[in-house]
Design a protein around this ligand. Structure first.
Ligand SMILES: C[S@@+](CC[C@H](N)C(=O)[O-])C[C@H]1O[C@@H](n2cnc3c(N)ncnc32)[C@H](O)[C@@H]1O
Length: 242
């Protein structure tokens, strides 16, 4: 049987009462449908709008990036996957407009959540349920680097996950990977090359792609003097549209 163990954290500091309320009351309104239908024939139907395209963010951390994308692109459907429940609660607080206020109100901001769906778990079991080519963008931002060689198989960009990403990204779409761990950037490029399925198309990997929204890790890393690498992968031989 395939090894799908998840090695990250599902829980951190105890979740505050106000955040737990968001999980109890708001998450059910924006959660990805469970049980997952065997095959999701039209993924657009899971949103409160009919989105023009659908994007996936894998490992959204505190959710700032998902929340900002959802605001900037109200016609795009965004699925965010994150097994760390403190992070899920943080995304809910962003969507609820209560991130900085410690507010206990639980009124999802009007319209803000129509285009977001949250999968509060490991993304990998979701993959087989989607039809091919559903995502126009997939974001893997500051993935856990697992620096020790003996943990290399835990790195998300690997020969098990890359074929799934290649199946799910559209012919015109792109997989965005950012990291400030130089070895991980090398690893990601090597693994993508090795798969023969993707090509890196972003010319200057030290410069963010246009319209880039920095994540919390990115901001912290830059403040600490680290240097991000931005990689954009398109399917090999894909139609070059955007
Ligand atoms: C280093 S954090 C980066 C968080 C965020 N992207 C940022 O840049 O601020 C990596 C995140 O990926 C999540 N993650 C790791 N494996 C995952 C998986 N299989 N499915 C979904 N999320 C995953 C972890 O829980 C963690 O929150």
């Amino acid at each position: 049987m395939e090894d799908k163990r998840f090695y990250g954290r599902r829980k951190g500091k105890p979740i505050k009462t106000s955040r737990q309320r968001l999980i109890d009351e708001l998450l059910p309104r924006v959660v990805f449908p469970k049980p997952i239908p065997d095959t999701i024939t039209d993924v657009r139907t899971i949103f409160g709008i009919i989105p023009t395209e659908v994007w996936l963010e894998i490992g959204f951390g505190g959710g700032e990036h998902v929340a900002e994308l959802a605001k900037r692109y109200p016609s795009v459907g965004i699925i965010g996957a994150e097994p760390f429940m403190n992070g899920v609660a943080s995304l809910l607080a962003h969507l609820n407009g209560s991130h900085m206020k410690q507010a206990v109100h639980t009124n999802l901001e009007e319209g803000r959540t129509d285009n977001v769906r949250i999968w509060p778990d490991d993304v990998r079991p979701l993959f087989p349920h989607f039809p091919s080519g559903v995502f126009e963008r997939i974001f893997i931002l500051y993935p856990d680097p697992w620096p020790k060689a003996r943990h290399a198989e835990r790195r998300f960009i690997n020969q098990k996950n890359i074929p799934a990403l290649a199946r799910l990204i559209s012919e015109t779409g792109a997989v965005y990977v950012a990291t400030d761990v130089a070895d991980y950037a090398e690893w990601a490029k090597e693994q993508m090359d090795l798969s023969g399925l993707f090509q890196q198309v972003h010319p200057d990997t030290t410069v963010p792609p246009p319209d880039w929204v920095p994540t919390r890790y990115e901001r912290k890393g830059i403040a600490a003097g680290r240097h991000p690498t931005y990689l954009v992968f398109r399917k090999k031989n894909a139609i070059f549209k955007k």
